[in-house]
Design a binder for this molecule. Sequence first.
Ligand code: RP5
Length: 164
Amino acid sequence: MQISRPPVAIIMGSQSDWETMKNAADTLDALEIAYEARIISAHRTPDRLVSFAKNARDEGFKIIIAGAGGAAHLPGMAAAMTPLPVFGVPVQSKALSGQDSLLSIVQMPAGIPVGTLAIGRAGAVNAALLAAAVLALTDEELADRLDTWREQQSASVAEYPVDK
Ligand code: RP5
């Protein structure tokens, strides 16, 4: 039987990454985009990674958001094994504040792209928004929801600062 997955997979290297990656999930929720979130460690569960990445497209996923910290090989290794777009989120590490995660994810050799976002929450939110923008190319109702989300964001920014 063919498994039908939601359009977005959010994968992360550890339970400890969920606090960051939940921001991607919350953003997808706000845009009514279905997703599946999974813990897949490039280092601790390599077989799980191979199985996931090699089958992701056939199972129906369209976009992968991959978050990891430290020696963050997960996004790059996933991208090596799937033609789906992979957006990488560097999780803020304790030792090096996420600089290690960022450099591990962003410096992919030519030929295997990972769209790399900012460290931490901003990167997770923006990965979800990029996923939404890609899916909206072929989904007019989602395009409308994304337009509304952006309009609401603009409307929420006060024009003048106030003393607090
Ligand atoms: C990475 O190591 C994970 O993505 C996580 O950010 C980091 C620490 O993992 P844990 O020791 O919390 O499992 O692989």
